[in-house]
Each structure stands twice: as C-alpha cells, then as structure tokens.
Design a protein around this ligand. Structure first.
Ligand code: BUP
Length: 432
C-alpha cells in the first residue's frame, strides 16, 4: 500500500514579514520531512517581493502547491495597503470555506495571526485543526495573549504579566492606545480568538526567549506552543550589493534596514545619511521611498564608503555575508531571527507596532543594543547616529553577545535541539 504524504494547508497574510516565515516553514516541511503543502494565495497580492517569493516557491519542484482564491472588493482605500489586505482576506470566509472542505486528506491548517479572529470560528466549525503562526516574538505573544484581560487605561501604566517584568507604556504598539483605531479592533478580535487555536507556532527558540516562553506556559488559556526557529531564509540568488560586499573587509560593514513596511521621514533619512557618512564606517543602507515595493531588486547608488539601495536586497544573504559586522534594524521579528541565526549584532531602532517589544528582546538576550530614545516617535540627529554607530562597531561585548546567540540558535535547530524537537512535535500532530 502506498504511503500517504501528510498534507497541511497554509493561510498566510500580506507583507513579507508575514509571508516569509510561511514560505520557510513550507520549504522545510516539503524538502526535509516528506510533506505536501497547499498554500492559499489570493489572486491579487500587494507587493512584488511577495509575488516573486511565491513564484520561486511554486516553481521549486517541491511538493508545494498554490491554491488561488479571490478577494472581495475593498471597503476603504485610505489605509496602509498591507493592513487593508488583512481585512480583505478576513472577509473571504465564504470563499475559503468550500476550498478547505474540499482539500483531500488535510491534517491541519496553519494560519497567520492577523487572520486568527476570522478563521478560528470557521475551522472550529469545520473540525479542522488550526495552528496559528505567530510571526513575532514570544514576548509579543505574551502581550497579545494577555490583552483581553487588560483594563482600558493600560496605555498609562506599565502592563504586568505574571512571570515577566512590567511592559513600559512606551513599548506598547502605539496604535493600540486609540480604541477606535482599525488596528485595535483587529488586534482585539485576534487576541480574543487565540484560545480557540489548536496550537501556536513561533519563529523563536527557547534559549533566546526563555522567560517569555515560560510565562506563556503558565497561562492556562494559551494553547500549546511550538517554538521552531530560527527558520532558515530562502536565498533569492545574486543581487547587486553582494558584489559590493565581496570587496569589503570582514566584519567592516554596517547594514541598515527598516523592513519592508516602514518608510522613514525625509528629515530622518537626511540625519541618518549624514551620521553614517560622518562615522567613517562602511555601510549598506536600504532606504525605501515607497511603502509598497514595486521592484524585485532595489536600485543601488554608491555614496563614499557606502551603498544606498532604494527597494529590495536579499537580506538573508546580506546578513550571512562575512563583511557584514552590524545591523541597524527596526526589529521586525524576521530580521531579528535572521540576525540571531547569523550572529550579526543589532543596533535597535524600532519604529512602531511590535518593534519596541522585540527591541527589548534583542537587548536582554545580548544580541544587540538599544540606544536611549531610539524609536519612531522622535528624530535621531546626525551626531547621535554617528556616535552610536562608531561605538557599536567597536563594541566587543555586542559582537560576543551576538556570537553566543548564534551558537544557541544553531544548537536549537540542529538534530535534538529544542526547536528541532518543537518541529518534530508539531509534525507528529500534522501527520494524522
Ligand atoms: Br526591506 C527587506 N530584503 O530589502 P520583518 C526585507 N527583506 O529580504 P517587516 C529582504 O523581508 P513586520 C529587503 O529578510 C525579512 O525576512 C527580511 O520582515 C526580508 O519586518 C522580511 O523583519 C521582513 O519582520 O514586517 O517587513 O517590517 O513588521 O510585519 O514583521
């Protein structure tokens, strides 16, 4: 009798920060563990990097398949395009229901956290085990899981969660301070629905976030947690800045990126550029002029000892390059996980959302440093940029801390490591 390959379906959300962990997990399951993976993909995507990433995945020859579905017409145009797409996917339940019912031999659905509120009632009704992929830190998950029990004036007091140090108001996602914000409504729905999940997948590892994972385990309403990270990035192939990096001395370059969804103000770009040049440190800076990336590869311009890219670089490869010795990062969780895997120290510069909470993880774990006052709410001037970057690139402690985190990360994903065992536990569930 032919052995049936276990079959899971995935429902990712929009934005590379949400898509990347899904494509990485899909590759791992299909390539190394004999799984069939079906990915539910809307017929229109927001950005070019998302469509390129998916096209590459579906033409990789692995047992990973695209199942298209169409989105309803948009209700409002006046919001962030990635966030708008979350709403559209959430409103596609009637379209997704028959698709899920007709999938053959499905063991489980893996759903992005931004769609938890919309999807969990449906999959519970259909009797399909639904694992939520929480695409941020375990510390952020502890906050989300606790959110339904917070009092309404949480924005003015430190938030206390059993087993963790208090969350200062400045680290709370700013949009949540407005109860009428569309993000707050969605956040509430997702955190309220979380206990209905069969399990929660995290792209983190125990040695990196020991306290947050222990605190989560103490909360009875939180479903079983599977930390399986850091997931290895899918390389995109050669791109222009890689040639430039090849010509730089080992560990000499600072890589600067604020992620795929953040544009920083013109004034802040000017201060950053002047500070970088004054520091005398070699740099590779990704500075986006558009919220939505329209090209697969950014345009690069050489500026003195550095190179500036408007658009997209293959960050997984950049962080793995021997000439990169530091990372000025907004602390999107994928960026943090990639830095951990490569042992590249982070100079944290969070802007909004979960990034302040993630920056706290970076600082506490020893992966990097977070200078006082570096956040999206104020402009950091050129003198401070120059001083911090110089100090950071010469900081032996930061380098040693990052190297230690790298060792722990490699151990976690190696055979018998904690994240490997987390994946094995999850795969056992997904094999029936
Ligand atoms: Br920009 C950029 N190249 O030029 P995060 C990003 N990435 O490969 P975000 C590139 O996109 P959210 C680029 O390696 C990471 O895997 C990067 O995810 C890749 O931040 C991903 O770091 C970006 O989580 O998303 O995009 O702000 O805040 O929603 O997590």
């Amino acid at each position: 009798q032919e052995h049936r390959r276990p079959h899971v379906a995935m429902l990712p959300s929009s934005g590379m920060g949400h898509l990347a962990p899904f494509t990485r997990l899909a590759t791992l399951l299909a390539k190394d563990h004999g799984f069939t993976v079906t990915i539910l993909v809307p017929t229109s995507l927001v950005s070019v990097p998302e469509s390129r990433t998916l096209d590459a995945l579906f033409s990789s020859g692995l047992d990973i398949h695209r199942l298209p579905y169409s989105l309803p017409p948009p209700l409002s145009d006046n919001i962030d395009p990635f966030f708008k797409q979350w709403g559209l996917i959430s409103r596609s339940i009637d379209e997704l229901k028959p698709i899920l019912e007709n999938l053959n031999g499905l063991s489980a659905l893996i759903t992005d956290i931004s769609l938890a509120g919309a999807m969990l009632p449906l999959t519970n009704q259909l009797g399909i085990p639904n694992y939520i992929f929480f695409t941020s830190s375990a510390l952020m998950l502890a906050f989300v899981a606790h959110f339904p029990s917070l009092s309404t004036d949480f924005a003015n007091h430190p938030v206390d969660i059993p087993g963790l140090p208090p969350f200062p108001p400045a680290s709370i996602p700013p949009a949540l301070k407005d109860p009428n914000h569309a993000f707050t409504t969605l956040f509430q729905a997702n955190s309220n629905a979380l206990p209905k999940a069969t399990g929660i997948i995290l792209n983190t590892f125990r040695a990196f976030e020991t306290d947050a994972l222990s605190a989560l385990a103490m909360q009875a309403h939180v479903p079983p947690i599977f930390p399986i990270g850091p997931l290895p990035p899918d390389p995109l192939g050669p791109s222009a800045p890689m040639d430039w990096l090849d010509g730089q001395p080992n560990g000499s370059v600072i890589y600067v990126s604020f992620g795929s969804r953040t544009t920083i103000s013109k004034n802040q770009v000017d201060e950053l550029g002047a500070g970088l040049e004054a520091s005398g440190v070699r740099f590779l800076a990704v500075v986006k002029s558009k919220v939505v990336d329209e090209g697969a590869q950014g345009l690069s311009v050489v500026k003195g000892r550095g190179i500036v890219v408007d658009g997209w670089v293959d960050q997984g490869s950049v962080l793995g390059h021997q000439s990169v010795g530091g990372f000025v990062s907004h602390c999107g969780w994928n960026s943090v996980a990639e830095a951990a895997l490569n042992g590249v120290p982070i100079l944290a510069w969070p802007q909004f959302g979960d990034q302040m909470i993630n920056a706290g993880v970076v600082e506490k774990s020893g992966l990097g440093v977070w200078p006082q006052g570096w956040c999206g709410e104020r402009v950091v001037n050129r003198e401070d940029v120059c001083k911090q970057i110089k100090g950071f690139m010469g900081d032996v402690c930061a380098r040693e801390g990052a190297a230690r985190v790298r060792e722990e990360a490699r151990k976690a994903v190696a055979d018998g490591g904690d994240s490997h065992l987390g994946l094995v536990r999850a795969m056992e569930k997904w094999s029936h």
